[in-house]
Design a protein around this ligand. Structure first.
Ligand code: NDP
Length: 291
């Protein structure tokens, strides 16, 4: 059997960023608007610092304004809420992102829910969750949005496909369900209580794995020719003691059966920031009543 086509997330993310940059240019020319993204980082988490640096660099590369607000680890919840309130009121700021995880003494839900839903470029606010559920124009969580773009790069019309999403988190699995319903897929959402998961996944023309368990999805779970999108990012230690990033899908095993598959790294990962930039442009347009 031939190997699956590899879906190149880096290349597709670069295209999304180029489209964003073109839209930013045209918004400047037509409306005198420069979209702006403010990122709030509390504390010293090394991975968060890298994410925030990458987000800021790519925001600027696309021609947008970028602000980084770095607050010390011991900042009070009240001070973080005050910072969000200030950004909510700042007309130059179109998108607000509070980098997670927040230090333990801060209630993340309270902080995320204090972001103006129209500036909530992560799409986590209950108002945006509701808007997505009823099919209204909304800001959509970045990782599911990017996953759909990757699936459509192989099958432009997903209509009528059987899609199985493994995982039901608020940030990936549940918004994924809504987006795939909008694409007219027949969607099954599986989770830790699902009976005979391999048999459920075997029904899928499109598999989205967002489980957080290294290489859990095996080749004999995959219907021949199915499209496999691996959202998982897991750091494992190889027998030689070296670290390695792997997805929730056993890539080598599934690539023998699937029609197309995303690698880890280089699949869904790069799409997340690209979609954050797209969300910032979308937020700007929504705030100014631009279609
Ligand atoms: P969560 O831990 O919030 O959710 C995991 C989901 O998987 C839960 O719904 C859980 O079920 C389900 N699950 C766990 N074990 C099993 C099992 N054995 N069989 C079936 N279902 C199971 O994870 P996230 O959604 O936040 O993240 C999922 C993965 O995606 C992680 O690897 C994460 O690192 C990655 N990720 C990648 C991003 C990117 O940018 N590429 C962004 C966000 C996440 P139950 O609800 O029943 O407990």
């Amino acid at each position: 059997m031939s190997e699956a086509r590899v879906i190149d997330g880096k290349e597709i993310a670069a295209k999304v960023r180029a489209d964003v940059a073109a839209e930013v240019k045209s918004l400047k020319a037509s409306h005198g608007l420069t979209p702006g993204l403010a990122v709030v980082l509390v504390g010293e988490d090394p991975a968060s610092k890298v994410y925030v640096r990458n987000k800021a660099a790519q925001t600027v590369e696309c021609g947008m304004n970028s602000w980084e607000h770095k607050l010390p680890e011991d900042t009070s919840e009240a001070d973080v809420l005050a910072m969000v309130d200030k950004l909510n009121k700042d007309k130059a700021v179109n998108g607000i992102l509070v980098q997670l995880p927040l230090p333990k003494h801060i209630d993340s839900t309270k902080v995320l829910n204090s972001i103006d839903p129209d500036k909530d470029v992560d799409g986590f606010h209950p108002v945006n969750v509701g808007r997505l559920g009823i099919g209204e124009r909304s800001l959509v969580p970045c990782t599911p949005r990017g996953s759909v773009i990757l699936a459509k790069s192989v099958i432009p019309d997903l209509s009528g496909l059987n899609a199985v999403v493994v995982g039901r988190s608020n940030i990936v699995g549940k918004p994924m369900l809504q987006l795939l319903l909008q694409e007219n897929c027949t969607v099954t959402v599986a989770h830790s209580r699902t009976k005979d998961l391999p048999a459920v996944v075997r029904q899928a023309d499109l598999v989205i794995a967002a489980v957080g368990r290294p290489e859990m999805v095996k080749g004999d779970w995959i219907k021949p020719g199915a499209v496999v999108i691996d959202v998982g990012i897991n750091r494992i230690t190889k027998p030689d003691g070296k670290g390695k990033l792997v997805g929730d899908v056993d890539y080598a095993d599934c690539a023998k059966v699937a029609g197309a598959i995303t690698p880890v790294p280089g699949g869904v990962g790069p799409m997340t920031i690209a979609c954050l930039l797209q969300n910032t442009v979308d937020a700007t347009k929504m705030q100014h009543g631009i279609k």
